[in-house]
Design a protein around this ligand. Structure first.
Ligand SMILES: NC(=O)c1ccc[n+]([C@@H]2O[C@H](COP(=O)([O-])OP(=O)(O)OC[C@H]3O[C@@H](n4cnc5c(N)ncnc54)[C@H](OP(=O)(O)O)[C@@H]3O)[C@@H](O)[C@H]2O)c1
Length: 175
């Protein structure tokens, strides 16, 4: 059975998640929400997102996706951040070394798109505004994802989606 994978992102009304290499929007409560949810888990993220953050996030194992064999995640020790050359390599590691930990897809746009078919849950901060940007979140198809939880705040809503059908028939289990 494939390991459960959860995607987490803050998405503006126009779908934007990134602008010029950084996040166009942030809120301290959303940082805390991200931290609470992902603590002790494994974060899988693209090299550009890792460089935007600039360091491994404490209490979590980061797997940095890169095709550059020479890329080093700064001076972070391997039990905090290490590189992987493909999503499959990342999932092999999470299924073996980190089988007891939750697996979070933490962006950016390239990685969300490639991992969407593997996700069984989405934790989306829907931000109630539009800002310009150059990286977007993939479409959340209502035929595939059902909203199962919501907390509304003035500036944003935290929404949990659960997969209700496989994006590609037969590619996933549904539960
Ligand atoms: N709002 C949010 O919740 C949120 C969350 C995360 C990120 N972001 C934003 O998203 C933007 C970054 O997204 P992005 O799409 O430009 O970049 P990204 O997904 O963070 O990283 C792309 C890089 O990942 C590596 N990569 C991609 N697919 C791979 C694969 N299959 N195998 C191995 N390596 C692979 C490549 O690195 P190499 O070039 O090194 O080979 C590629 O250049 C930033 O603006 C960031 O702030 C927003």
């Amino acid at each position: 059975m494939p390991q459960k994978v959860i995607m987490i992102a803050a998405v503006l009304e126009n779908g934007v998640i990134g602008a010029e290499g950084d996040q166009p929007w942030s809120h301290p409560d959303d940082f805390a929400h991200f931290k609470d949810l992902t603590m002790r888990g494994v974060l899988i993220m693209g090299r550009k997102t890792y460089e935007a953050i600039g360091r491994p996030l404490p209490g979590r194992q980061t797997l940095v996706l890169t095709r550059d064999a020479d890329f080093k995640p700064g001076d972070a020790p391997p039990d905090q951040a290490r590189t992987v050359a493909s999503l499959e390599e990342a999932f092999e590691l999470t299924a073996t070394e980190f089988a007891d930990r939750k697996v979070w897809i933490a962006g950016g746009g390239e990685i969300y798109r490639q991992a969407m078919d593997r996700a069984e849950r989405l934790e989306i901060t829907h931000v109630h505004t539009e800002l310009p940007g150059d990286v977007t979140f993939p479409e959340i198809d209502e035929a595939v994802w059902a909203e199962v939880g919501r907390t509304d705040r003035d500036e944003f809503s935290w929404v949990t989606y659960k997969r209700i059908s496989a994006a590609t028939p037969g590619s996933l289990e549904s539960d």
